[in-house]
Design a binder for this molecule. Structure first.
Ligand code: AVI
Length: 328
C-alpha cells in the first residue's frame, strides 16, 4: 500500500546528510572524553537493530511496558478519554502503539520521527491496522517544538513517549525535551511516558550487553554510519562494545572502547585514540518514583497517575501540561 504522506521538516546537505549529525560528531570527537549523542544511532539500520534488541531475553524493558499497556489499559483509557490526537514521539513500529490506540479510541495518530523511511513504513503499517483512523506522519526532530498537521490542530492531544527513551537524555536535555513536548502539544495536553526503574546492576548490565551481541552491533553501527555519511575511515573492528553502570547518575553508559591505538579521519578532520580510551555513545538513566516525578515537574508536566509491571521493573506515567504555577 502507499505510505501516508509525511511532512518533511528535517534538514539535509547536498550529500543528503543532516548537517547536525556532522556537527555533533566533529564536536564530540574533539572532546577529551569523546562522545556522540545517542540519537544518531537511529538511521534505518540502527532502527532495525533496536527493534531486534527489544526482542532479546535480557532486554526486559519492552516486555514490561507492554505488560502495563495490556493489563492496565482500562485504567489509563478511562483517565485519557476518547477523541484525542495521539502524538507519538518516535515512529511507533512496535506493538505498543496499537495497544494504546485500541485502548483509548483516538481521533488521529501523528507519529513524529527523524528516520524518514522507517517512519513512513511504520505509519503505513499502523494505517493498515486502523482503517478509518487518520494517520499523519511528520518527519522531524522532536527535540524542538514541532508544528503539528492542521488536521489535528483543534483536537485535544495525548503525547506518547514509551520505551524510557527520556532516559537517554541527561537531565538538562530531558527537561528541554519535556518543555518542547509541552510547546508542541499545548496546555491541557496529557503525556503517557515510560520510565525504566533503578534495579539490580547485574540485570541492568545484561540488558545492555546481551549474549547474542545485538547491542554490540547496534553500538558499532554508529561507526559504520559515520564512515558512510561523513566520509570517515574509522576501523570499526578496533572498537569493542562496553556497557557500564554509573551509580552517581543512576545510569547505564554505553561506550565504544578502542582495543588498540587508533587514528582515523572524519570529514577531513583527523582524530587519534589510545588503547582503552572510549567514545561515550549512550546514557540510559534509570528512575525512582521521586526522580521521575521531579523530572516531569521540571519539564512542566504534573504527574497524574503511575503504573508498574508485575515484577516492578518499569513504570508508565500519565502527566498533564498544567498552567505554570508560581512558587512555592
Ligand atoms: C531507546 N532506548 C530507550 C534504549 C535504552 O534502553 O536506553 C536504547 C538502547 N540502547 C541499548 N539498548 C537499548
Amino acid at each position: 500500500m502507499t505510505p501516508p504522506e509525511s511532512l518533511k521538516l528535517v534538514e539535509r546537505d547536498a550529500r543528503g546528510v543532516d548537517p547536525a549529525f556532522r556537527a555533533d560528531v566533529l564536536a564530540g570527537l574533539s572532546e577529551p572524553q569523546k562522545a556522540v549523542p545517542a540519537r544518531w544511532f537511529y538511521d534505518d539500520a540502527g532502527s532495525r537493530l533496536f527493534e531486534d534488541i527489544t526482542q532479546l531475553p535480557e532486554y526486559y524493558l519492552t516486555r514490561a511496558e507492554t505488560e502495563i499497556l495490556t493489563e492496565r489499559a482500562d485504567e489509563f483509557a478511562a483517565l485519557i478519554g476518547p477523541g484525542r490526537a495521539v502524538v507519538e514521539f518516535g515512529s511507533g513500529s512496535s506493538l505498543k502503539t496499537p495497544l494504546l490506540l485500541s485502548a483509548c479510541q483516538p481521533s488521529a495518530y501523528v507519529p513524529l520521527d527523524i528516520a524518514g523511511d522507517f517512519l513512513r513504513a511504520a505509519a503505513a503499517d499502523l494505517a493498515a491496522k486502523f482503517p478509518g483512523l487518520p494517520v499523519c506522519p511528520v518527519e522531524a526532530d522532536f527535540m524542538r517544538r514541532v508544528e503539528l498537521p492542521p488536521q489535528v490542530e483543534s483536537l485535544p492531544k495525548l503525547g506518547f513517549f514509551p520505551g524510557s527513551t527520556i532516559g537517554n537524555m541527561v537531565p538538562a536535555t530531558a527537561t528541554d525535551l519535556l518543555r518542547s513536548m509541552r510547546a508542541t502539544l499545548g496546555e491541557g495536553a496529557l503525556l503517557l511516558i515510560g520510565m525504566d526503574l533503578v534495579k539490580d546492576t547485574g540485570v541492568l548490565i545484561a540488558a545492555y550487553n546481551d549474549a547474542a551481541g545485538v547491542t554490540a552491533r547496534f553500538n558499532r553501527n554508529l561507526l559504520h554510519r559515520i564512515n558512510r555519511e561523513l566520509e570517515g575511515d574509522i576501523p570499526v573492528d578496533a572498537f569493542a562494545h562496553a556497557a557500564r553502570w554509573n551509580d552517581v547518575y543512576a545510569r547505564i553508559e554505553m561506550h565504544l572502547l578502542a582495543r588498540r591505538d587508533v587514528a582515523f579521519a572524519v570529514s577531513g578532520h583527523g582524530f587519534a585514540m589510545r588503547e582503552g580510551e572510549t567514545i561515550h555513545t549512550e546514557n540510559s538513566h534509570k528512575f525512582t518514583r521521586r526522580t521521575s516525578n521531579m523530572l516531569l515537574a521540571a519539564g512542566g508536566w504534573e504527574p497524574r497517575a503511575r503504573w508498574t509491571d508485575s515484577a516492578g521493573q518499569f513504570s508508565l506515567l500519565l502527566a498533564e501540561a498544567t498552567p505554570p504555577r508560581s512558587a512555592p
